[in-house]
Design a protein around this ligand. Structure first.
Ligand SMILES: C[S@@+](CC[C@H](N)C(=O)[O-])C[C@H]1O[C@@H](n2cnc3c(N)ncnc32)[C@H](O)[C@@H]1O
Length: 252
């Protein structure tokens, strides 16, 4: 992995602990987004399926995997992340499910990741949360193709993602909504920080420079070009989107 890559901030235990104790708990409408993800998987692969083989890439502390295990308690999953402190948090969070899960340290920025995980597949569902936007657009498209190749025919891909606004207005709407949520979190904790201080921390946060956002419409189009079907953005509020599609049942 090149030392210039900004996404390497996630290898830091401090950034991970900051994210897990604050940002990840205040993402607006996160539970609704998780619900959309679970519904997409549930109806996409057939509601009668009880066992599911899934993979979560950029899994963080395993929040998406936990939601899937809640709906499909007998499923087996691969949780992949390149950050050891994140994988440690995922192992801890899902320790009662350890026998159903494989925790893999890998960098999906490097095409070799797909070969590394292929032995665990093919997968009924591949999901990702707030992660792929750290890749340049060209690499995002290749990651989507690699995901497509790792799915069973009819398999579902869901990306719960931070996407680009079209205008500065959209960006302001997103920033203000996020800061409101952070302010409520700080009020509950009694941190004593002013809205101005919280906003400044948000604007200058360490992991922000690792964001390479792309509009959700473009990303849906990339999925269609790759061969996914039923592609849509099923939830969107400002810069938060849940989108994806299914691998065709026959052919490529
Ligand atoms: C913003 S966090 C999101 C974590 C989790 N998915 C969630 O929804 O809370 C981004 C995660 O993606 C991981 N990540 C970023 N780039 C990655 C890469 N190239 N390969 C593997 N993991 C990556 C980070 O380590 C981090 O755990």
């Amino acid at each position: 992995m090149s030392s210039e890559r900004d996404d390497k901030v996630w290898l830091s235990a401090d950034i991970v602990s900051q994210y897990l104790s604050s940002v990840s708990t205040v993402i607006p409408f996160k539970s609704e987004q998780l619900d959309v993800m679970v519904r997409m998987v549930e109806t996409g692969i057939g509601a009668q399926t009880e066992t599911l083989r899934f993979m979560d890439i950029g899994c963080g502390d395993g929040v998406l995997g936990a939601a899937l295990l809640g709906r499909f308690p007998r499923s087996n999953g691969v949780l992949l992340d390149f950050s050891e402190p994140m994988l440690q948090a995922a192992r801890e969070r899902l320790k009662t499910r350890a026998s159903q899960l494989s925790f893999i340290q890998a960098d999906y920025g490097d095409p070799a990741w797909a070969t590394m995980v292929s032995a665990y597949g093919p997968f009924d569902a591949i999901v990702s949360g707030f992660s792929i936007h750290h890749q340049p657009d060209e690499r995002k498209r290749r990651v989507y193709r690699e995901i497509h190749d790792l799915l069973v025919p009819g398999g579902v891909f869901v990306n719960m993602e931070h996407v680009a606004s079209h205008t500065a207005w959209g960006q302001t709407l997103f920033d203000e909504c996020f800061i409101d949520s952070l302010v409520k979190h700080h009020d509950r904790k009694g941190s004593g920080l002013t809205r101005e201080q919280i906003a400044s921390e948000f604007y200058y946060r360490e992991d922000k420079k690792a964001n390479i956002l792309a509009p959700v419409e473009d990303q849906c189009e990339w999925l269609r070009e790759i061969g996914f079907t039923d592609v849509d953005c099923f939830f969107k509020i400002f810069e938060l989107a849940v989108f994806g599609g299914r691998k065709r049942l026959s052919g490529n």
